[in-house]
Design a protein around this ligand. Structure first.
Ligand SMILES: [Ca+2]
Length: 158
């Protein structure tokens, strides 16, 4: 009996099954890799919060207060971030801690070439900084993976 199958080859159906399995495996690898990547970024934000918290404590020890920033609108996060950087940079102890933050997170993307840099989260959004006098501790907010403030994936130090 004659078949279309070559002696040592594979039928079309077998080829399609192999291609399907490879595609499925590739999808699994990509989804695992992206989960690992987003977990690494979340860890990155958490360690940035730890460093900034201790820089803020240094600032308070030196100045007897926290940098005040009562505006709660996340739309101005880039200004708040630059302000936080400037304040922390002005205190030697806080400046030292600031230097431990990943260089890629501190960039001058906003303002003139002479202006100070801002602090960015691992997704490239400026960190928001808020502190109303009388509160226990300042609030740092990352917009999270969706790069939008006010959504469920936001991350905060409090
Ligand atoms: Ca968000």
């Amino acid at each position: 009996m004659r078949t279309r199958r070559c002696k040592h080859g594979m039928s079309l159906v077998e080829i399609l099954i192999v291609v399907g399995v490879i595609a499925l495996l590739a999808t699994m690898v990509i989804s695992v890799a992206s989960r690992i990547d987003s977990q690494a970024k979340e860890k990155g934000v958490e360690s940035m919060f730890v460093l900034l918290d201790s820089a803020l404590q240094e600032y308070r020890q030196f100045m007897d207060r926290f940098p005040e920033q009562a505006e709660t609108d996340h739309a101005n996060a880039v200004n708040h971030s630059e302000y936080l950087y400037r304040e922390l940079q002005s205190i030697p102890g806080a400046q030292k801690i600031l230097q431990q933050i990943d260089r890629a997170s501190i960039e001058n993307k906003y303002g003139t070439a002479q202006s100070l840099p801002e602090i960015y989260d691992p997704w490239g959004t400026p960190l928001d900084y808020q502190y109303v006098v009388g509160n226990n501790f300042p609030r740092l907010v990352s917009a999270g993976p969706d790069k939008t403030f006010g959504t469920t994936d936001d991350m905060s130090n409090r």
